[in-house]
Design a protein around this ligand. Structure first.
Ligand code: SF4
Length: 203
């Protein structure tokens, strides 16, 4: 079976330690292949019978383990170059907890940027969150793949921290409940329309 492995989000970005690389090496055969995805996860193949002990070893090493395939990915965050507080690291960690690992109609990516420079490219993600001076902007429907790539559109502006988590949770659960099988989030947003999505999310 294939599993996804990622380091914890932190100042400096998605950083692995040398010890963590060793832990990954320890759970794999010497000739095993490790895939580095475009969404900052490592895909590794392990024996299904050994899933629990493998996960335990990787988590002990400070790594995170997620399912692959039609699940929401862990948060794709920026490097927090402005520092943990100014770039909102604690919010990003809370977001990561609520966005990762949900079964969804098509793989879902949520991006986060700690300032308007948005160097983690949240506007190319299904859901993008950007920390602004007055609050958080939430964008939906970005599509980084294909020659029809398109930017996410703004859904809510200057959302306060207390509202951010429930809104993002609702954006995911609404997709789980109403998305068609294999329907990408960008298509789902187009079908629903921004206006309807806005109404449904805050109702
Ligand atoms: S989005 Fe802003 S805070 Fe985050 S790494 Fe880029 S420039 Fe730094």
């Amino acid at each position: 079976m294939k599993i996804a492995v990622a380091p914890r989000i932190g100042v400096g970005g998605s950083l692995f330690t040398a010890e963590q690389w060793k832990s990954i090496g320890d759970v794999l055969h010497a000739d095993a292949k490790i895939e580095f995805t475009t969404f900052k996860q490592l895909y590794i193949d392990i024996e299904e019978d050994h899933f629990d002990e493998t996960k335990e070893k990787l988590v002990e090493a400070g790594l995170e383990v997620y399912p692959t395939g039609f699940f929401s990915k862990n948060l794709i965050a920026c490097n927090f170059c402005r520092g943990a507080e100014e770039a909102g690291l604690s919010v990003a960690l809370k977001l990561n907890e609520i966005v990762a690992g949900h079964a969804v109609p098509s793989p879902l990516k949520v991006g986060y940027a700690g300032c308007a420079n948005a160097t983690s490219e949240p506007l190319f993600k299904d859901i993008g969150i950007v920390k602004m001076k007055a609050g958080f902007n939430i964008y939906v429907g970005g599509e980084g793949k294909s020659i029809k790539a398109s930017l996410a559109q703004i859904l809510f502006e200057n959302v306060q921290e207390i509202q951010l988590i429930p809104i993002v949770e609702r954006l995911i659960s609404y997709y789980q409940q109403n998305g068609k099988t294999k329907e990408r989030y960008s298509r789902f947003v187009q079908r629903m329309t921004l206006e309807r999505l806005k109404e449904e999310i805050i109702s």
